[in-house]
Design a protein around this ligand. Sequence first.
Ligand code: GLA
Length: 736
Amino acid sequence: MTKLKSRIAPSLIAALVALFVPQAAVAQASFDAESGIFRLDGGDVTYAFGLGEGGVLKSIYWGPRIAASDRLSVPKLGDISSTDPASSIDAQEYPGWGGAFYTMPALKAAWPDGNRDVVLRYRSSKLEPNAVVIELADIRRPLGVTLRYSIDPASGIVGRSARITNNDRVTVRVDEAASATWSLPVGGDYRLHYLTGQWAGEWQLQSRPVTAGSTVIGSRRGTTGHEANPWFAISRGEAREDHGPVWFGALAWSGSWQIGVDQNPRGDVRIVGGYNPFDFGYRLLPGQSLDTPVFFGGYSDDGMGKASRLLHRFELDTVVPGSPKPRLRPILYNSWEATGFAVDERGQAALAEKAASLGVERFVVDDGWFGARNNDKAGLGDWTVNSRKFPRGLKPLIDRVHGLGMEFGLWVEPEMVNADSDLFRAHPDWVMHMPDRPRSEARNQMVLDLSRTDVRDLVLETMDRLLRENDIQFIKWDHNRDFSEPGSAALPPEDQQRVATEYVRNFYYILDELRRRHPKVEFESCAGGGGRVDLGVLHRADQVWPSDNTDPYDRLRIQDGFSRAYSPGLMMAWVTDSPNWANDRRTSLRYRFLSSMQGGLGIGADLNKWKAEDFAEAKRFVAAYKEIRETVQRGDLHRLISPQDGSDRSATFYVSRDRRQAVLFAFLHSGSRLSKQPAIQVRGLDPAARYRVRPIVGQPGAESPVQSGAFWMSHGIEVPMTGDFQAEGRIFEIVP
Ligand code: GLA
C-alpha cells in the first residue's frame, strides 16, 4: 500500500478537481490518498471505488450523494470457505478472468503460449474535470487496461469504458471485454427490469426478482436487436414508479451486446455489460488496443419515473446530435403505409400537397424510389433513382415539397443487398458469409460486409453522392434484417470473430462522416421498427422509429416501454389508418392523434382516402401539437397510470422544464360500469403556482376552474370517458 501511495503521489496535488459551474450542477472528481478512494460526485449521486490490498480496484459505493466530508473505507474481505477465497467474491471494478474467480469477468484474454490467466492491478491514475482515468495492468504480462470514468454534473449519470492495450511483443486475443462491472449494496431485496420484444412488438417491460444466479440479456444478432434492449433498471424493496431507490444503466453500442446481472449466494449483486462474448475474438497485435463502448449508469432516489427522467435529460442534453439544444422534431408525413413500394412523382406530390395543408413540416418518401424496387425482392444495393417512377429524377418532387414549405426526406437501407441487384451480381463477396457455406436471406436480402474498408467507403460515397446531388434534409436509415454467417472474405481466418465489431465501428464512421459533410441533414435510426435504438446510434441519429406497429392502442404499451430508457422527444409516432394493418383494430382519429402526440408526431395515413372532416380535425390536432411540442419533447414525463399495469385506463403527464405548461394524455381502453375512474392525480407541477386547464382540442368554454398545482396533484382532475378506446387530452398552463 505504501508503494502504491508513492506511485500516485503526483496526482495528490490535484487531489480535488472541483468545477465552478452553477449550483444545481456541481460535480467533482476527487481522490483521497489516506483511504485510497476515488470519488465522483454529480447531481444527487456519489460513485466511489478504491484501492484494496495489493492494488485490487474495488467497488465501494454507488447511491445517494453523500457529504464531501463523509469518509468511506475500502471493505476488507476474509475467505468465506476453501471453495470461495476472497478473490472470487471481491467486488472489483474491472476483474480479469484469472486467479480464483468464478463469476462473469470484465476481461478474458489468451496468449499464444496457452496462458489465459489475467490478474489486473492498479498502476496509476489521473484526475480530470468530472472524470477519473485509471491504469491497470496484468501482474506479469504487459497487458494494460485504461478505465475511464466520467460523471454528468446534472444527472449524476456515470459513463464507464475500458481500453485494453497489448504492450507485449506477441499477439494477444481478447475473448471477452466488458465496458464496466457495477456493484450494488449487499443484501438488497432487488428487482430487475428490462425490455424485450419482437418485430412489431418491441419495448415490453419485464420484471423479476434478483435471486442467486444470473440473468443475461443481450443480442447475438450483430445489431442492437428487437429481442432485448441494452438497458436495465434494478429497484430495491418497495421502489415503484414514484418512490424508492433504482439503479439503472444503458450501453452505447449498436452491435452484439450483453448485460449480465449476477447475484452470488452471499447476496452481492454485480452487473457486467459490454461486447457480447459469444463468438467474440479480437486479436491485438503488439501495440494495438481495443476500446469498449461506454456503459452509462445512474441512480434515482425517487423510483422508476425519476430514473427515466434522468436518462431522458441526459440523452437530450449530452448524447444526441445538437445537444444540449437539439432541434425540436418536425412533424413529418411518410407514405409507407399508404402506398408501399408504389411511389412515383405524381402520387407523392399529391400526398405532399395534402400533408402540407395539415401543417406537416417534413415529407418523407419511403422505400421503393430506387433501382428495380417494386417489391422487397429486388433493388437493395442499387441506389439510383427508378426512372420509371421518377422519369425526371427526384428534383421536381423535392422542389414541389420545398415549395409547399416542407423539408424533404428519403428512406435508405444502404447496409443491405438483394441477390437481385446489380451490386450483388458484380460483388457477391461483399456480403457477409463464410467460405463454402450458404448465405441465409431474410426479407430476401443479405447484409453487406461493412467490416471491409472498400464496402464501408462504397456505402459512404453512395450516401454522400445522394446528399450532394439532391437537396435532402432528412434520411430514414433502415436496417431490416439481423446478421447471419458473420464472416468476411477480406479478413484472415484468425480475425473472423472481429467482423461484427468492425461492422458497427464502420457504421458509426459512415454516419459521423456524413454528418460532418452534411451538417444540416438529420437522420432517423430504424431497423424493421425499433431494432437499432441505443445510446451509440443516438449519438448520431436525431430520432428513432420505435416500431412498425402503428396501432395506437398497442403503441401505448410500446411507448411506455420505450420511455423507460429513451426520451419521448426522440421517438416518432405516426397517425395511420383505421382499421390498423397490424391487428384490424378500429379507433377514432382523435384517439390516434392523442396516442401519437406523446412523442415526435408523424402522419402515415393514406390522405387520399380522408374526408373533409378528417382534414379539419387533423388540422386542429396538428396545430395543438405545435403548442405543446416543446413540453412533450423536452419536458419531464410522469407515467401516471402505466398501460403495463393492466388497468382499464392509462395516462401520461408531461411537464415543461420551467413548469409553466403541462400536458395530460388519458386513455380508456375498455369502458365498463364495473370499473371506476377516480380523478387522476398529476405530478411534477409547481405546488404554489395556479394552473388553468383546457382540453387539447375541444370546445371553448370547456376549461376547468383555475386551481393550484398542489390541488391538481392531490385532488386530481376528473377525466370522465365512456366506451372503448377513448382518449382525452388536457393542457395545464400557469396563470400569472
Ligand atoms: C421497415 C421500416 C418501415 C418501412 C419498411 C420499408 O420495415 O420499419 O417503416 O420503411 O421497412 O421497406
